[in-house]
Ligand binder design. Structure first.
Ligand SMILES: Nc1ncnc2c1ncn2[C@@H]1O[C@H](COP(=O)(O)OP(=O)(O)OP(=O)(O)O)[C@@H](O)[C@H]1O
Ligand SMILES: [Mg+2]
Length: 256
């Protein structure tokens, strides 16, 4: 059965999507059948894999899954990478979320949709929006693991306590098996002492749940999405690519 991992932090711009896309890429490269579900109306994971979220002929998307117009299987498409599939989204998912509020089974739509495809995959990664919203709760309920990227900057841990509270609530009410996979320090800048300080703070709080690999602030990582490819494809020798590869190996080890 697939291991389902949601990537979440209600803080914006901390590297959730970058992590979801690159972890998906390296898991697939390691021959794991992987599905990346874009569950953020911003659609950055979709465009990060070269799919145009504003193309009218895009076809079915996660909005159709949440509306229960189509099964997830019909939304999934292959990518140019072997073993890596994508369930794309568009900004319309934001409207679907609003409509979902008054509908039955509003918390478990994603989980129920995933159940029908999970036997086809080793890993399913869900990229979530920067909010503790209904979409995020759906993501947490659908997952075995929660992955928390934290940007190594001032205020990094602000909001994390609230996120862990939400996680606890989800565990109590709906998904007792949900585990914290770990905390990933992103955009680490070794030229500043701030990054080191924040990393130390993360380690103090999360202990061995902190991933050993840190993701450096790296211009190749930032450039890759504008070419619609993961950094491992854009420049596999870059520091960012190497870090995501080594981080993915840690994920594989922790989910054995
Ligand atoms: N290691 C890195 N080095 C340099 N730039 C990075 C790195 N990681 C992410 N970025 C850039 O920082 C920005 C935010 O990253 P990303 O979109 O992954 O964050 P996010 O948490 O998914 O954001 P949102 O909360 O809006 O969904 C993007 O422009 C991305 O390209
Ligand atoms: Mg994102």
């Amino acid at each position: 059965m697939a291991k389902v991992i949601c990537v979440t932090n209600q803080k914006g711009g901390v590297g959730k999507t970058t992590t979801a896309v690159n972890m998906g890429y390296y898991l697939a490269k390691d021959k794991y059948k992987t599905l990346l579900i874009d569950f953020d109306p911003q659609g950055n994971a979709t465009s990060g894999l070269g799919v145009d979220k504003n193309d009218d002929s895009l076809g079915l998307t996660m909005t159709d899954v949440i509306n229960e117009n189509s099964p997830l299987a019909d939304v999934i498409r292959s990518t140019k990478y072997k073993n890596l599939d994508l369930a794309p989204t568009t900004p319309e998912l934001a409207n679907a979320e609003v409509e979902l509020v008054n509908q039955p089974r509003k918390f478990t739509r994603l989980r129920d949709a995933i159940r029908l495809v999970e036997e086809n995959y080793d890993y399913i990664i869900i990229d979530l929006p920067p909010s503790l919203s209904l979409l995020t709760v759906n993501g947490m309920i659908a997952s075995n693991y929660l992955l928390l990227p934290v940007q190594t900057e001032f205020y990094a841990l602000e909001g994390v306590a609230q996120l862990l509270e939400s996680m606890k609530l989800v565990m109590k009410q709906a998904n007792p098996g949900l585990k914290l996979l770990g905390v990933l320090a992103t955009m680490y800048d070794k030229r500043t002492s701030l990054s080191a300080q924040v990393y130390a703070e993360i380690k103090k709080y999360f202990k061995n749940l902190t991933f050993k690999t840190t993701i450096p602030r790296n211009v190749r990582v930032a450039e890759a999405p504008s070419h619609g490819v993961p950094v491992g494809d854009y420049d596999k020798f870059s520091k960012g690519a190497k870090a995501y590869k080594s981080f993915t190996r840690e994920v594989e080890g922790r989910t054995k």
